[in-house]
Ligand binder design. Sequence first.
Ligand code: PEP
Ligand code: MN
Length: 349
Amino acid sequence: MCKDFTIIAGPCSAESQEQVLLTAKKLSQTLKPDYFRAGVWKPRTRPGSFEGVGTKALTWLNKVQTEFGIKAITEAGSANHVEKILKNELKAFWVGARTVANPFSVQEIVSACDKKDIEVFVKNPIHPDIELWMGAIERFLVAGIKNVYAIHRGFYPYEKTHLRNIPRWEIPIELARRLPEVKIICDPSHIAGKPEYIKEISQRAINLNMCGLMVETHYNPKIALSDKEQQITPENLAKIISELNFRKTFTDNSEYQNSLNDLREKIDAIDFQLIDMLEHRFKLVDEIGNLKKDNNITILQLERWKSIIESRLNYANQDNISKDFLLKVLQMIHKESILRQNKIFDEEK
Ligand code: PEP
Ligand code: MN
């Protein structure tokens, strides 16, 4: 597990002083989060829905800091927001999924951070573009902001799913590989879209060694003015957190280490064999490419492609490998094969 596991909790939006203070009080009595979140300016996709109460809510968030000793965090979407956040002495802000996609806006926000000890949390952009996410984080780091975190809130669901946003876990994993010093916090609320999936998503984040959770929490979600379908009560959040299985990244148990090393050696050998086999397969693909070229035959042979899929999927034992996965692998190999044969076709005779 991450050394300091960070919990950020609080409503989607600050709605009234009472709602903010009551939610903060209940949170401080149950699990005392590290940060109290509440959106003051709400980025709504279309006009007309609740757009937040604006600047006046910053004094309520400041009260949360002084009365409960919990750092307050809100969303900044412009330089003007940052100035107001700093003036009200909030300890942190986050950059939302819509703003992160615009480097001009991000740079304006970075330039407004004249207090370098402000803590900044950068959400992933709505669409799965890791470069934009990474670029926004780098802008803050380059400007000398020391405490920069990433928030994984899932991505626009191009595929139909039970979740509001698809997690695409491989993207935060890649971000961790590229920026190992930046801690990643998971926002299961915006991934799940419904309370019933929050625990499962949180556990998955912990399994991937993420460093914290941001969970939308309202003292009475039913009356929330934004994202009411996904907010949970402070009591429910405390229960979920108590039921999560926090895992270590390391153990000095030698039996575990020896078994792990043995298995990893076998996996290493298989990976190299896979690469050798693929290289061999692509050589044959190139030979076929030359044959087709010499005989002026199309690259795509639909019947052959259909029979490849059918025979390989039938051959695979579903208990050991999923058909969905195998189909994706075959499609990737086929795509690469077509690319190679196109290259051969393009070569001068
Ligand atoms: C939010 O945290 O309330 C929010 C608007 O999130 P996102 O930018 O991830 O949609
Ligand atoms: Mn929200």
